[in-house]
Write a protein that binds this ligand. Structure first.
Ligand code: GLA
Length: 675
């Protein structure tokens, strides 16, 4: 669904009031006496959109074939009476105990071949025909009953599909995997060629010899592992499609599911899912295991926007405070919930939603924050929620506007999977870390990117960033090479272009597919040992990775002073066709990375969003034909000042020349548009 028609912003979900503000609501956990209080308090907080029925299956179908919709009917009517629109889940996220007791073959099996049992959630094999059959029966009933209900504004298929059960290794999965492989390869010979089974005597002569890649004594066949990842992502997408198709027979309301574009989830190749989504929705939780988590938030929000093809999207879940599933779960600091929420809005979210309305009293998530904390309404957290609700409501005019950027950032789930494989040159090279590192440099320079899948049309961009694109097809590499040849600018980081989509190494020297375009040739990788830090000719340092590279037309921007290749190039630049490309052949320190990215941005003529933007003053612009909104998020401890003019929406003040953004605060300026 394209939200902008001839530049005119249009909402992606039909709500009576602008931006969506809401949460998951799990009334099953509460006495019906609480429900009316909930609806009233939701109104007080400005909640206009709630997700219900996410974990409703055991209530809706307490015994096989016996349905009871009375509570769901009552909740839907209550919310409707209070003017709260509904994001209606299909309830298939977690099968009820009767299903896995009656049909234990539904239970998932993990890598070591052992079964996982009910008692948690998502305890099913995604390929199970029995699970699918029962899920489809339930969805039919739900869609039929509520498909035309005026309160339903969005369909929410299942929940965080693949969060826990993305990879099932059971016999049913093996059968489904074989069918998927037959379709992909058509013949066993093609499969043998694709998987390189001549290595270690792995040649198969019949499809029945193929299984899911359960744990082995040594490392597993990388082709098998890669295809299993592809198959598993597709199997989960099939489950989504099964439900979406049923819903669409009963309802015209948009259908989606909540993605998990967040640091620790990598099992779904969401670029291959988006065509099936009417709108894109994401769940994001700050990951304190990453150290400083706010840049990752921006990365995830930009990737979600990339999945939405730059259209607005919905932040379906985040948290008001701590989560409960990390080793340590800090509460949010003052202003952090506001900063996090509006950072998502700045990067294209047209809705700010949370898990969950009321903090649970029991169950695994009882210490997870919520809009209504255990402490009740007399709490800072609740007052912050009410304040956030007001702010989100004041941003109604932003709905439907878009974030535009002239920098493309290529993100590849397949390279993520392949780089992090069992055997590799260095276990310290992580795809996501490398992608995050170069993103952090662009972010610190106040530039916004558009994330795109490999193979996307790059012609409209001034600069393309290509982090660690290890696995890339000839066609997709060709798009990047042609883009540079035709006058584009690109920055490519090490361990890119190495293998094709069948994980087959390109010969003649690295970085394979990009060698000619980059004007270099690498004969050998020489990853560094942990803690090894090298000096570079420009005074900066590098770690993790080096390569024995020779210049074949490129010039050295910096070279190694010490380490395995003293004098060898570390960073290069090459004029290719009408364009220019940089290669970063090592993990540069922060300053080194900033320097290369800054040079490339300047060379490509890309301007920052505003001169004052940096790592702690995050600035992003959303715009439409006749409107422009500058989001300014001060993550730092100091007040910051910037030159701007217009109307500041949060403090309701006119700004004529400059604006102070207090430490820890957010400002949104409706900019003056010069005629
Ligand atoms: C996910 C799930 C929710 C809840 C939260 C907790 O986002 O969708 O049901 O478990 O995590 O952070």
């Amino acid at each position: 669904m394209n939200s902008s028609l001839a530049g005119q912003p249009r909402p992606i979900i039909e709500l009576d009031s602008g931006m969506a503000f809401g949460c998951d609501y799990n009334p099953e956990q509460w006495d019906p006496a609480v429900w009316a209080q909930d609806a009233t308090a939701m109104q007080q907080a400005g909640v206009n959109f709630v997700a219900i029925n996410i974990f409703g299956w055991s209530h809706l179908e307490p015994r096989e074939g016996e349905y009871d919709f009375s509570n769901l009917d009552a909740i839907i009517e209550l919310l409707h009476e209070h003017g709260i629109r509904i994001n209606l889940a299909t309830a298939t996220a977690s099968p009820p105990p009767w299903l896995t007791t009656t049909y234990p073959q539904v239970l998932p099996v993990v890598e070591d071949g052992t079964k996982r049992y009910p008692g948690g959630r998502q305890a099913f094999c995604p390929s199970s025909p029995i699970y699918r059959h029962h899920a489809a029966l339930l969805v039919e009933k739900v869609a039929q009953r509520y498909g035309n209900h005026p309160a339903v504004a969005l369909w929410h298929v299942s929940n965080e599909i693949g969060c826990h059960n993305a990879h099932c290794y059971c016999e049913t999965s093996s059968i489904a995997f074989r069918a998927w492989l037959m379709e992909r390869y058509e013949s066993i010979e093609n499969l043998n060629a694709a998987w390189g089974t001549d290595f270690w005597s792995q040649r198969v002569s019949d499809w029945s010899e193929i299984f899911t890649p359960r744990l082995t004594l040594s490392s597993r066949n990388p082709g098998q592992s890669m295809d299993f990842r592809r198959f598993s992502s597709d199997a989960l997408l099939e489950n989504y499609r099964l439900e979406a198709d049923i819903i669409r027979r009963h309802s015209d309301v948009p259908v989606t599911t909540n993605f998990m574009v967040t640091a620790h989830i990598r099992n779904m190749d969401y670029f291959s899912w988006t065509a099936d989504m009417d709108i894109i929705a994401n769940d994001h939780y700050l990951d304190h295991r990453l150290g400083e988590p706010t840049t990752e938030l921006s990365f995830a929000a930009d990737l979600t926007r990339g999945l939405a093809k730059n259209d607005p999207w919905i932040l379906m879940e985040h948290s008001t405070g701590s989560v409960n599933w990390q080793p340590h779960n800090p509460a949010k600091t003052p202003g952090e919930m506001m900063r996090n929420s509006l950072a998502h809005v700045a990067r294209g979210a047209d809705g700010v939603c949370f898990f969950q309305w009321r903090a649970s009293l029991q169950g695994s998530e009882k210490f997870h924050s919520a809009l209504m904390p255990h402490a009740g309404e007399d709490s800072e957290l609740w007052r912050d929620v009410v304040a956030l609700g007001k702010t989100v409501a004041s941003l109604a005019e932003v709905v439907g506007t878009r974030v535009e950027s002239t920098v493309a950032f290529i993100f590849s789930w397949e390279s993520w999977w392949a780089v992090d494989a069992e055997t590799r040159p260095s276990e310290s090279v992580s795809y996501l870390e490398q992608a995050h590192a170069i993103y952090a440099a662009i972010h610190a320079l106040g530039t916004t990117v558009t994330m795109v899948a490999p193979g996307s049309d790059l012609s409209g961009y001034d600069l393309v960033i290509v982090p660690t694109l290890y696995m890339v097809s000839d066609d997709h590499a060709g798009v990047i090479n042609d883009y540079v040849g035709n006058g584009g600018h690109a920055v490519i980081t090490f361990y890119s272009g190495i293998v094709d989509e069948e994980d087959r190494v390109r010969t003649g020297g690295y970085p394979g597919a990009f060698r000619e375009m980059l004007g270099i040739r690498t004969e050998e990788f020489s990853p560094l040992l942990p803690d090894q830090v090298l000096e570079l000719s420009d005074g900066r340092t590098s770690s993790l990775w080096t390569e024995r590279t020779t210049l074949q037309g490129a010039t050295a921007v910096s070279s190694y002073v010490d380490g395995p290749m003293p004098g060898g190039p570390a960073v290069t630049c090459h004029e290719f066709g009408q364009g220019r490309a940089w290669y970063i052949g090592t993990a540069l320190d922060q300053d080194g990375l900033l320097n290369v990215v800054r040079t490339a941005l300047e060379s490509a003529g890309v301007k920052p969003v505003a001169a004052e933007a940096d790592a702690s003053l995050e600035m992003v612009r959303r715009s439409a034909a006749n409107a422009s909104f500058l989001f300014v998020i001060n993550h730092g401890q100091q007040d910051r000042s910037l030159s701007t003019a217009g109307y500041e929406i949060i403090t309701e003040t006119t700004v004529s020349q400059s604006l102070i953004v207090p430490a820890g605060s957010v400002r949104v300026i409706r900019e003056e548009i010069l005629p």
